[in-house]
Design a protein around this ligand. Structure first.
Ligand code: MG
Length: 391
């Protein structure tokens, strides 16, 4: 009888975190939720902790610490607070696997700590590899850590590449749903509101990633992640719009053959695969598909005119250095402003281009350079937004 795998979920109250807990509940003999981390959703965190009885709970927002501690300490749960506590806990020898499902740049520091501690990482925080992919891949080479992608697209690449040789890859074909504004005419895009975008057709996702899907920045970020995860140059990663989200991505090989991975658009599938690795072992009766129900699987080239952030992402990837870090930081600021109705949808692209133009560039950034670059890019993007919208 093997011991359970102890899992730390960074971002347990978000969409991926909640679905990860579903999987843990489905395989109670295999997995234990050892540690739960949330930033602000204290009530849900407390509810999750009562149900899953983790050893450790961290509420990142310090103003919520007292209420979480008062609720959970009587149950014998260790309650901590602050971003540093999250990174410090990564050295906890009980933790086997870290699910990094926090939103945005804040996922970077704990991921680095988890790599240093040699943990397996189920990577759901895409900003980590967007911001610092080159550095992270170098760190991984010196660590026992392995990264298992949780994203449906990267999980698809992973599965298509099992048993294949890197030299045989011609290109990666990254599928995109096209987002909520796939058919919105260019002239209407400036008038689109956050609420319009949040009605996403296929995937149940958090607010930030839904806006990233609407601008297709999400796909640009996934292209940058794939570049690092699979060591493929950006120009050999092709994006194709596939609105049904049944083909999760494909790999074309040099003999002309294409392998695709299919499944229902349900994040439980890639989470189940990532948590089961290195083997496909988490069998289930859920989420089986009948292909005849999906008689029309369509594919089309993305529209770089209406979704100019795709071009921004390719340029940043080809520039390298801290350029992807800059666009990520500017995007976080611009998306937050859009969600608060402070800027128009099309201003997200303008803010990011402006920031990319004005931020300082470093070709071989260290961790300190990334930290500074993130802060500088946020300042520049915020200035641009304040000038657009003086208040
Ligand atoms: Mg995805």
């Amino acid at each position: 009888m093997n011991a359970q795998i102890n899992i730390a979920i960074l971002g347990s109250t978000g969409s991926i975190g909640r679905q990860t807990l579903d999987i843990i509940a489905e395989y109670p003999n295999l997995f234990r939720a050892y540690m739960l981390v949330a930033r602000r959703s204290a009530d849900l965190l407390i509810e999750q902790a009562r149900r899953f009885k983790p050893r450790v709970v961290i509420i990142a927002d310090e103003s919520l610490y007292t209420s979480v501690r008062e609720a959970l300490q009587p149950l014998g749960i260790i309650v901590e607070t602050g971003d540093k506590a999250i990174s410090d806990r990564m050295t906890d020898s009980v933790i086997d696997t870290v699910v990094t499902a926090m939103v945005g740049y804040s996922g970077l520091a704990p991921t680095i700590a988890a790599i240093h501690a040699g943990k397996d990482i189920a990577l759901a925080n895409k900003e980590t590899l967007v911001v610092a992919g080159e550095m992270i891949m170098q760190m991984l080479q010196k660590s026992r850590s392995r990264i298992y992608p949780v994203d449906s697209e990267h999980g698809a690449f992973y599965q298509c590449l099992v048993g294949e040789r890197h030299d045989d890859i011609d290109k990666l074909i990254l599928t995109a749903s096209g987002g909520p504004f796939r058919n919105t005419p260019a002239g209407q895009l400036p008038h689109m509101k956050a609420a319009d975008a949040l009605r996403h057709p296929n995937w149940d996702m958090g607010a930030k990633i839904t806006i990233d899907s609407a601008t297709m920045m999400n796909k640009g970020f996934e292209m940058i992640e794939a570049q690092w995860l699979y060591d493929i140059a950006p120009e050999r990663i092709e994006i194709v719009v596939h609105p049904q989200s049944i083909v999760h991505s494909m790999v074309q090989f040099r003999d002309g053959s294409v392998k695709a991975q299919l499944g229902l658009p349900d994040m439980h599938l890639p989470i189940r695969y990532a948590l089961g690795l290195p083997d496909r072992r988490l069998y289930t009766d859920r989420g089986k598909m009948t292909l005849a129900d999906y008689a029309n699987l369509t594919f089309e080239a993305p529209d770089f005119e209406r979704f100019p952030l795709l071009d921004t992402a390719y340029r940043a990837a080809e520039t390298g250095g801290n350029a992807p870090c800059v666009i990520n930081a500017a995007n976080e600021v611009a998306v937050a402003a859009f969600l608060n109705d402070r800027i128009r949808f099309t201003d997200i692209h303008r803010a990011i281009e402006y920031t990319l133009e004005h931020a300082s560039f470093s070709k071989q950034p260290t961790l300190d350079n990334y930290v500074n670059s993130n802060a500088e890019a946020r300042r520049i993007a915020q200035q641009f937004i304040d000038n657009l919208n003086p208040e």
